[in-house]
Design a protein around this ligand. Structure first.
Ligand SMILES: Nc1ncnc2c1ncn2[C@@H]1O[C@H](COP(=O)(O)OP(=O)(O)OP(=O)(O)O)[C@@H](O)[C@H]1O
Length: 295
């Protein structure tokens, strides 16, 4: 089974505050989604609904055309990986993994053992004695080996060091290619993880600000790099969202898409044109009045 998710006009309220405000999203099966948003944007609230931890106050969520909430069969198809507190877990890693496998219908024990070796996870250590990073690894191993049609990683990597995260990203891409499924990655590590995403969803103050394929997002603007004075002249009058300067070289992100004529002119002037970065676009789109970046 693979899964389509239809989130239709969903709102979640805490007293008068809307954590989610009329959110509609259609998530196609087998894609990898990046869910990004500033602190408090509503990411975990949304993902908790997909994990059936709660029901929306308004609107509905359907998976493959069936309402998700309290649907035991569909809930079995969802794995929600988050920074779970494991300090009460006294059983060994091996026992913990075996126990998890029992309620995950697609769990691949052989793949779990491969991951244990790859990440150097100590099978005979009690779970509560694992370092914070290794506890994240255990959560992530369960997420990958569960092979659930809907797999959600909610900032599940914060404890992991950079080389370990890199192994996770590689495993995720390789296993997704072997066993395509819907994967949602919520993260603040946008520039590190953007290459994993097929589609990006930006949540802002409980609303969907953007939902588009990443390659379309990257065409919304451009980075212009070259000799500072040539760059300055070229981008003059354009909507500039980020500037970096190193010696005489300057790189400016603009969010005007460049015409063919402009691209030709840039290359004649010795300028290098690249895509806009998802992170810069995200910062730009969610900037509050009065907040300034490195411009
Ligand atoms: N139980 C609750 N009671 C009241 N407000 C809540 C509750 N849970 C979440 N909120 C509020 O809802 C908003 C969205 O929270 P949420 O945890 O979904 O954000 P997030 O995008 O995951 O943030 P972060 O990136 O900081 O983890 C926040 O303003 C938060 O304070």
């Amino acid at each position: 089974m693979t899964a389509d998710i239809l989130i239709d006009k969903v709102s979640v309220k805490y007293k008068n505050f809307h954590a989610l405000d009329n959110v509609s999203l259609n998530l196609d099966r087998e894609k990898i989604y990046g869910l990004i948003g500033r602190n408090g944007a509503g990411k975990t609230t949304l993902l908790s609904l997909l994990a059936s931890f709660a029901e929306p106050d308004e609107g509905s969520i359907q998976v493959n055309g069936h309402p998700l909430f309290e649907n035991a069969e569909l809930m079995q198809q969802v794995t929600f990986v988050y920074e779970k507190d494991l300090k009460e877990e006294s059983e060994k890693v091996k026992t913990y993994l075996n126990a998890t496998a029992e309620y995950k219908p697609n769990f691949d024990a052989e793949y779990a053992m491969e991951l244990v070796e790859t990440f150097n996870l100590p099978l005979n250590k009690p779970v509560y004695k694992l370092s914070k990073g290794m506890q994240s690894v255990l959560n992530v191993v369960i997420g990958l080996a569960s092979r659930s049609p809907i797999t959600i990683f909610d900032e599940a990597y914060s404890g992991m060091d950079a080389p370990t995260r890199e192994i996770f990203y590689q495993q995720l891409l390789e296993d997704h290619a072997r066993h395509p499924r819907t994967i949602i990655l919520s993260t603040h590590l946008v520039s590190e993880m953007d290459y994993l995403f097929e589609e990006a969803v930006i949540l802002h103050k409980g609303k969907v600000l953007l939902h588009e394929p990443v390659d379309v997002v990257l065409e919304k603007g451009a980075s212009v790099t070259g000799a500072a004075e040539v760059v300055d002249e070229f981008v003059s009058g354009m909507n500039q969202i980020h500037t970096q300067k190193l010696g005489g070289t300057k790189s400016v992100m603009v969010i005007d898409p460049l015409s063919e004529e402009q691209q030709a002119r840039a290359s004649q002037s010795g300028l290098e044109i690249g895509p806009v970065s998802l992170q810069d676009l995200f910062i730009h789109l969610t900037k509050e009045e009065g907040q300034h970046g490195s411009k």
